[in-house]
Design a protein around this ligand. Structure first.
Ligand code: BYC
Length: 328
């Protein structure tokens, strides 16, 4: 943990002057840096959001990992491996960004493993056919980019800087997914049916990635005031739908929503009500793959115990050698 000299209030004693000065900095679009004064609730909200984001990147490797051994060509396998490796990197940048707020990586990770911390609902759905690897890249990474491009302008400096690099990589991920979809949609009738099936199953869960509707979002108001979030959940969801419908049309695939229709007046697509009970159920741990995902993360952690022990022993030896040299 490399954050030192944290400066914020004790619970409840944020003075109005400090809060006002802080809000002025936010309104002036100044970035807040790790050693700056910040309200305790701002710090807490960031630790919550950034650590959940990091967990999503780490757990998000699992659905695609399902296809590494069965990717149809060596080239597809290499691309998929590179993408999954990028997701691990994103998780690490994000844990580092959260550490600058004074939270230890160990604590964040334990919260994931115990089921206390959330991660994105989307990763609790299975990837059943090869076209799912395409749909994940196209829709899941596509939704992620829509949300993350906005986060490049988030008010907390380390988070916004991490997002710039992450977005560059996510845009490659989205394109590789769409490239798989193009191939499948223009392939044999069976391949096109697989692409349609993947879209049918991934569409609604990808819309749920943006979170509950604005009226049910507990954190949005305050997070928007602090410019942690730059757009509301519903606004980003709408942007994503507007951008994605023409892409589905180009593929010759049908988005599974009978009410999806361009509205000339609003210049946006109208769409059906999302089944919110499904989102809340998955968040509570009752999605199709929640248990499988948690078991996989816990097993990886347990299997890696010897690596952590070896690394700690090596670090200790290095430290002792350094001290010996200093004494000599
Ligand atoms: N799933 O008040 P709200 C990726 C929770 S990974 C689960 O609107 P907020 C990728 C929410 O946490 C990209 N939980 O919250 C990786 C809150 O619970 P708590 C992941 C959800 O924070 C590998 C409660 O519901 N992206 O790209 O203002 C392969 C109330 O919600 C969800 C990020 O993490 C959900 N879908 O807004 C491929 C982006 N939605 O904490 C791709 C960063 C809501 O009170 N995060 N909840 O217990 C954000 O932008 C915001 O946190 C959210 C939610 C928009 C997700």
């Amino acid at each position: 943990m490399y954050s030192q000299g944290l400066r914020d209030s004790k619970a409840g004693d944020d003075s109005p002057e400090l809060l006002e000065a802080f809000q002025k900095r936010i309104d002036a679009e100044e970035k807040i840096e790790p050693r700056d004064w910040m309200p305790q609730a701002y710090r807490k909200t960031l630790i919550r959001q950034i650590s959940q984001h990091a967990h999503s990147e780490i757990v998000g490797q699992l659905p695609e990992a399902n296809w590494v051994t069965r990717a149809p060509t060596l080239k597809r396998k290499l691309i998929l491996l590179a993408k999954i490796q990028d997701e691990a990197g994103h998780g690490l940048y994000l844990y580092s960004a959260a550490e600058t707020l004074g939270e230890s990586r160990h604590k964040m990770y334990q919260d994931l493993l115990s089921g206390k911390a959330k991660y994105s609902s989307i990763f609790n759905y299975p990837t059943l056919n090869w076209a799912d690897a395409g749909a994940v890249g196209w829709l899941v990474d596509g939704a992620a980019i829509m949300n993350q491009v906005a986060l490049c302008r988030t008010s907390y400096g380390p988070y916004s800087r991490a997002m710039v690099r992450i977005c560059k990589e996510e845009s490659f991920h989205q394109r590789q997914g769409y490239d798989i979809m193009i191939k499948m949609a223009n392939g044999t009738p069976e391949q096109k049916a697989m692409a349609q099936d993947a879209l049918d199953r991934t569409w609604w869960p990808s819309l749920m990635m943006f979170g509950p509707s604005d009226k049910d979002s507990t954190h949005s108001n305050q997070s928007m005031k602090w410019k942690i979030k730059r757009f509301s959940n519903d606004d980003l969801r709408q942007k994503f739908i507007d951008a994605t419908v023409p892409q589905a049309e180009y593929l010759g695939l049908t988005i599974p929503d009978k009410n999806l229709k361009y509205n000339e007046k609003t210049r946006h697509y109208d769409f059906s009500e999302i089944i919110w009970d499904e989102l809340f159920d998955v968040i509570k741990g009752n999605g199709p793959c929640n248990q499988q995902r948690m078991d996989a993360r816990n097993k990886a952690y347990d299997d890696g115990a010897w690596v952590r022990a070896a690394a700690a022993t090596y670090a200790e030896k290095q430290q002792n050698n350094k001290q010996d040299k200093e004494v000599a």
